[in-house]
Design a binder for this molecule. Structure first.
Ligand code: SF4
Length: 399
């Protein structure tokens, strides 16, 4: 690179916009230079977010049974992944599950449902959930993620109190047809714009490690910048057995750091989240990634298990960061005390799912890997574990 990464970060802090060539150079940095890249990206992260980490918590309102064919997705049409499958959970259960995330330290609850997009009835149902969650947790942010929106639906969610709408672009326009045939990149762009037009913040991000070229990855990131996505989740492909991308392992921890750094250079003042797959792909470098990103999901993902929530909080604390909105609290101590006090209540609760196909599971403590773990040696030491706890089960969530 003709200028140093630190100098590039300095120019970006003075309003230079990352060029495509610079983005590609960051992605192609040597492993040995990757910590220089991270250091430079960290100055931008620090400039805009100090030492705070925003904690988000996922509630999977409806799991599996999707008619779409996104090749990375365990919930897709024809997926043989042995995930939990259930229809809409009850509104009160959605509120209960979201509130557990708040107790865990989340300042944003992400309410997600599988499917191409919601009916108006679905939007009404989710609106009731948002209203209920806001009533019991007035300071919490709610992000809805329901797929491709039709006219008027974003406005309805905004009226119910939603703060944001998530719809990921996932990859570049010219790679999109390789990963999905049942809807288009432009439909995704249109939904992000609809959310913005309704006054919702846009949350739109990526899945990396799906066979995209460096150029396609840069295209996808530049599309997100152009769309003015306020938060950018970066997911690392979790190649579920039983999906077309099963066995796809293209990432290394250092490559993940270069990708996150490139996103930070391209979008210095945006919330950048290390999202699904961080445990298995960043592995021991997750704390290093916190120097670049300023956001994560707490605990489990939609259909897979993350590391224990208390380990997430410990990682934040041990790395010298604080949870946004909980700067003066010892969340690790609070979390452990809460779980100890409420373990039995959490375990005894009704699942709340209208039509759950969740297999019965033995009660397991929060944060422990369930006995159904499926390892994959190619990922290193962190297995891809199908979620068998939390929403849709009778087992306490990892919150
Ligand atoms: S990503 Fe969404 S639309 Fe695509 S298969 Fe999965 S649940 Fe369906």
């Amino acid at each position: 690179m003709h200028t140093s990464y630190t100098e590039l970060a300095h120019r970006i802090s003075e309003d230079h916009r990352l060029t495509r060539d610079e983005a590609l150079e960051i992605l192609s940095a040597d492993d040995a230079a990757t910590f220089d890249v991270v250091h430079a990206a960290s100055t931008l992260r620090h400039q805009h977010f100090g030492n705070t980490v925003k904690v988000n918590y996922l509630v999977n309102l409806k799991s599996g049974l999707c008619p779409e064919d996104c090749s990375y997705c365990s919930q897709r049409l024809g997926s043989a992944a042995e995930i939990l499958k259930y229809s809409w959970i009850k509104p009160e259960e959605a509120v209960r599950q979201g509130s557990l995330g708040v107790v865990g330290g989340a300042s944003r609850i992400c309410m997600v449902a599988s499917g191409k997009g919601p009916t108006d009835r679905d939007v009404d149902r989710v609106s009731r959930m948002i209203e209920g969650l806001k009533e019991s947790n007035p300071d919490i942010e709610v992000c809805a993620c329901l797929g491709i929106l039709k006219d008027g639906q974003a406005q309805r969610l905004k009226q119910a109190g939603a703060d944001a709408y998530n719809h990921n672009l996932n990859t570049s326009e010219d790679h999109y047809s390789e990963i999905c045939s049942t809807h288009s990149f432009s439909e995704r762009v249109a939904t992000v714009n609809q959310a913005h037009d309704a006054g919702l913040q846009a949350c739109s991000g990526l899945i990396v490690g799906m066979g995209e070229s460096p150029e396609q990855l840069v295209d996808a990131v530049f599309s997100l910048v152009e769309l003015d996505s306020e938060s950018i989740p970066v997911n690392f492909l979790m190649p579920f057995e039983g999906t077309p991308l099963e066995g796809t392992w293209e990432l290394t921890p250092l490559k993940c750091l270069r990708i996150l750094s490139m996103v930070r250079f391209a979008a210095p003042d945006k919330e950048i989240r290390m999202a699904g797959g961080r445990e298995m792909h960043l592995r021991s470098l997750q704390p290093t990634a916190l120097r670049v990103v300023n956001s994560l999901f707490l605990g489990d993902y939609l259909t897979s298990e993350g590391q224990s929530a208390v380990d997430d909080l410990r990682m934040i604390q041990d790395s010298g960061f604080v949870v946004l909105g909980a700067e003066d609290r010892d969340l690790v101590a609070e979390h452990e005390a809460y779980l100890q006090a409420h373990q039995q209540d959490l375990s005894d609760a009704d699942t709340g799912a209208e039509e759950s196909t969740a297999p019965a599971q033995a009660v397991a403590p929060c944060g422990q890997v369930a006995s159904c773990s499926k390892g994959n040696g190619a990922s290193g030491s962190v297995p891809l574990t199908i979620r068998r706890r939390g929403v849709g089960t009778s087992v306490a969530p990892n919150a």
